[in-house]
Design a protein around this ligand. Structure first.
Ligand code: SAH
Ligand code: F3S
Length: 431
């Protein structure tokens, strides 16, 4: 049997695309997977292009794969950088056998058998494609609910690599969730670039429902215990959505709300569609309806035009909201985006802002975690980690480990936290 090595960079959508690629190659081409690229017959990199650094990394990695791979092994580049660089990849690295865009995953078998194939059409519609089954985790199932993104955030390359937004028909999503639950998963994780815009556009003639209704229908699946999703857009978080989120007991009490900036002026320049006040108002409404909700976010510092006052607004939102997790980045100019040619902020200032923000975030996190000590949480165990520990997440997304082994995987337990750390808490099982 031929062997596949696949490296996945970037977001959860890329992880799910990699599962689809593995599924197609297993079923149609007879591949098995390996963790060791030197023994692989096919080496794939599923790339991310959201920031510049991973793109540079791609070419140095490709060089290493080319030098050390098994004789005759093929190399393919998939994902967002494949969509945006296309042919250019083969020009810069002529030993690459094919390039497969983020919206062309279903063509993996085709490109495998063509010499130097480049399939990167971002208008290609895979919203109803029936992929074969493969899941990395038996306990939690990633499920795509839409492809592409219709927003035009001025910093973001994703609409240029994943194309226009198309929702996947609700009956396909529900079938997939039901299949995953039948196979033993108790948690589903819905994926889309802008999940709460679900239902605005379908490619075929299908019943049109919105995200709130989709959540409601999914929660009727028996034996499904938990629903998570990423990412909702703060602009689309209306009251009906917040009510469903808060009062549907299967929806986990944790949400990702990508802020990007706390300054209304910068949010406007980013074309995010909301203000600082709207964001804070949505957080307050969420916390009122759903006490204890954990809120994570993404923040970009040093977007063009961001002055000290704008940055102070971001810090102000951080202090008022006290996010449970922050993914923070220095602005990175991306090709074909509106902000690409705007005058850049000095990189020294950008680094200072990022480090100030991350220090503050660590202080807040330490305080939040200190409050967890002695509390108990219902944890769903999903991963075996080192030294005889098993880890899982609470309903409000705390990562908690306990001493234990395989038999805990896929089970829920009440856990009391008895030691805290910045990324993981340690506890003991009560029941
Ligand atoms: N729709 C997705 C966003 C995908 S990009 C979501 O809402 O999660 C993931 C994150 O990368 C963004 O939220 C943003 O914070 C960051 N990002 C995107 N483009 C960037 C850029 N040009 N520079 C720095 N960070 C960026
Ligand atoms: Fe990017 Fe904005 Fe869509 S961040 S993925 S264009 S919602």
């Amino acid at each position: 049997m031929p062997k596949l090595f696949i490296e996945t960079l970037g977001c959860a959508m890329n992880s799910r695309d990699s599962e689809h690629i593995i599924a197609q190659l297993r079923e149609r081409e007879g591949y098995t997977t390996t963790q060791e690229f030197k023994e692989a017959d096919l080496i794939l990199i599923n790339t991310c292009s959201v920031r510049e650094r991973p793109v540079h990394k791609l070419f140095s990695e490709l060089g290493v794969f080319h030098k050390k791979k098994k004789e005759g092994a093929k190399i393919g580049v998939c994902g967002c950088t494949a969509s945006h660089l296309g042919e250019e990849i083969i020009k810069r690295a002529p030993y690459v056998n094919f390039v497969l865009g983020a919206r062309n995953v279903s063509k993996i078998s085709e490109v495998l058998h063509k010499d130097r194939a480049v399939e990167t059409d971002i208008n290609y519609d895979e919203s109803e494609f029936a992929f074969n089954d493969f899941r990395t985790s038996a306990y939690k199932a990633f499920i795509n609910i839409s492809i592409g993104c219709d927003k035009a955030c001025t910093f973001c390359i994703v609409p240029k690599t994943r194309g226009d937004e198309i929702s996947i028909p609700a009956d396909l999503i529900i079938n997939e969730a039901q299949k995953a639950v039948n196979a033993g998963a108790k948690e589903i994780f819905l994926l889309g670039q802008n999940v709460n815009n679900y239902g605005r556009r379908f490619s075929g003639d299908t019943q049109k429902i919105n995200f709130t209704e989709l959540l409601h229908r999914l929660s009727k699946i028996e034996k499904l215990e938990r629903i998570r999703f990423t990412s909702p857009h703060p602009f689309h978080m209306d009251d009906a959505f917040i009510k469903e989120f808060a009062h549907n007991p299967k929806i986990c009490n944790s949400i990702h709300m990508p802020l990007q900036s706390g300054s209304t002026k910068i949010l406007k320049a980013m074309k995010r569609g909301y203000t600082k006040e709207w964001f804070i108002n949505r957080v307050e409404k969420l916390r009122a309806e759903s006490p204890g909700v954990s809120i994570s976010t993404d923040i970009i510092v040093a977007f063009p035009g961001e002055n000290d006052e704008d940055f102070a607004d971001t810090i102000d939102v951080m202090k008022r909201v006290r996010f449970d997790q922050i993914f923070s980045f220095k602005y990175s100019p991306r090709p074909e985006t509106e902000a690409e040619h705007l005058p850049q902020i000095d990189s020294e200032i950008a680094s200072q802002r990022l480090s100030y923000l991350q220090t503050l975030n660590n202080e807040i996190l330490d305080e939040i975690h200190a409050e967890c000590l002695g509390n108990s949480y219902r944890v769903y165990f999903e991963d075996l980690i080192h030294d005889g520990y098993v880890s899982g997440r609470s309903d409000n997304n705390l990562l908690i480990k306990v001493k234990g082994s395989e038999e805990l995987l896929g089970t829920f337990h009440e856990v009391k936290v008895n030691a805290i750390g910045r990324t993981i808490l340690t506890g003991e099982i009560l029941a």
